[in-house]
Design a protein around this ligand. Structure first.
Ligand SMILES: *Cc1c(COP(=O)(O)O)cnc(C)c1O
Length: 360
């Protein structure tokens, strides 16, 4: 780093490295089963007649469309540049740098900790239990946290959280902390959404995204759902024009009744593919299936995980190494692709095991 940068950079940023997103790690390859994206690329139309104008901060087509889809009032949501921006907005709005803390339950999604670190907000970690359930006693024993992030279904374990556990946490922290349910994958397990519970819990927040089931990761569009007072606080912090006009147009189309129906069909296709892929993976020599499959990915353990990873990368088949996460040594996560991609993954794995002479 230059002397000037060294002298000026915020002290809390010095130890940090840029996030190793799936895309930054591997930009080549032909099959991308590493970022839990959808294999479907759906068509949309763009009206370029007013790109000379700034967009609306909270475009009404987007807000009305998502409120209808999620069954909440339009005053109960805010649209952001992906759910990732929602995570950061919550931290910037509700945590004072250098003083306050968030609580996370690893192994889980990486961006809660990264956003906290970049904002100089502390992190209290209460690991999931060995069966990947929440350690509710451990969580409730923690004092002085402002936000509790619970990923449900959890990335990367694919497990859902028990409703009774979340209820205990919501009630315990009722006057003390916001409980943020990250529902990035909820379309794959819709019965377990918390978005219907805002009238019961004033400290409940739900994060949603269009990047997974809605097949729009390239758009960068997510939603934070909560009671109006919480949304109004976030509105103080969000940028004046967070959603580009072309994004607003496409999202409005994606949220039409017809296209929500298409999303649901694609989810049911992926759920079928996932169950078949899980069975096939589980039958491979040395593979231990881990967690559950409440989302569009499968976590498995294999003693040769790093050789498997290297071999697949050399064949242009990208999956995600999770072995550095707490309690996930030798674990790999694969996103459910289309039938052709899943078949190719299985045949590559079969070749790998034949070459290495692995026994089941
Ligand atoms: C992918 C993902 C997100 C981020 O979604 P974006 O809308 O693409 O920013 C948030 N939470 C979890 C658990 C995810 O897996």
């Amino acid at each position: 780093m230059s002397k000037l940068v060294d002298a000026l950079i915020n002290a809390n940023l010095v130890p940090l490295k840029p996030y190793e997103s799936a895309r930054r790690l591997f930009s080549g390859g032909q099959d991308w089963l590493n970022a839990n994206e959808s294999p479907f690329a759906n068509p949309y139309e763009i009206d370029d007649s007013h790109f000379n104008r700034y967009p609306s901060c909270q475009p009404s087509g987007v807000i009305n469309g998502y409120a209808r889809y999620a069954g909440v009032e339009t005053s109960q949501l805010i649209v952001t540049r992906g759910a990732d921006e929602g995570i950061e907005l919550l931290i910037r709005t509700f945590c004072t740098p250098g003083e306050d803390r968030i609580l996370i339950c690893p192994p889980t999604y990486g961006m809660y900790a990264i956003s906290a670190e970049t904002c100089d907000v502390g992190i209290e970690r209460v690991p999931l239990k060995p069966d990947f359930n929440l350690d509710v006693d451990g969580i409730c024993a923690v004092d002085n946290v402002n936000l509790i992030f619970i990923c449900a279904p959890n990335n990367p374990t694919g497990t859902q959280v028990k409703a009774a556990d979340v209820e205990r946490i919501l009630e315990h922290f009722e006057d003390r902390a916001l409980v943020v349910m990250d529902e990035a994958y909820i379309e794959f397990d819709m019965a377990n959404t918390w978005a219907t519970k805002f009238s019961q819990y004033s400290n409940l927040v739900v994060l949603r995204t269009l990047s997974k089931a809605f097949a729009l990761a390239g758009l960068r569009c997510g939603f934070t759902l909560a009671n109006e007072e919480i949304i109004q606080a976030l509105m103080k912090v969000i940028a004046p024009y967070p959603i580009p006009e072309p994004v607003a147009q496409i999202v409005t189309q994606a949220l039409s009744e017809e296209n929500v129906g298409r999303m649901r069909e694609q989810v049911s296709y992926l759920n079928n593919e996932r169950d078949a892929l899980r069975t096939a993976l589980g039958a491979l020599p040395g593979v231990t299936l881990m967690g559950d499959v409440k989302a569009n990915y499968i976590l498995f353990r294999h003693p040769q995980s790093s050789d498997i990873m290297q071999y697949l990368v050399s064949e242009g088949m990208l999956i995600r190494d999770q072995s550095k996460q707490l309690n996930l040594q030798h674990c790999l996560r694969v996103t459910v692709g289309n039938a052709e991609q899943n078949q190719r993954l299985l045949s590559l794995l079969n070749t790998f095991f034949q070459q290495t002479g692995a026994q089941s």
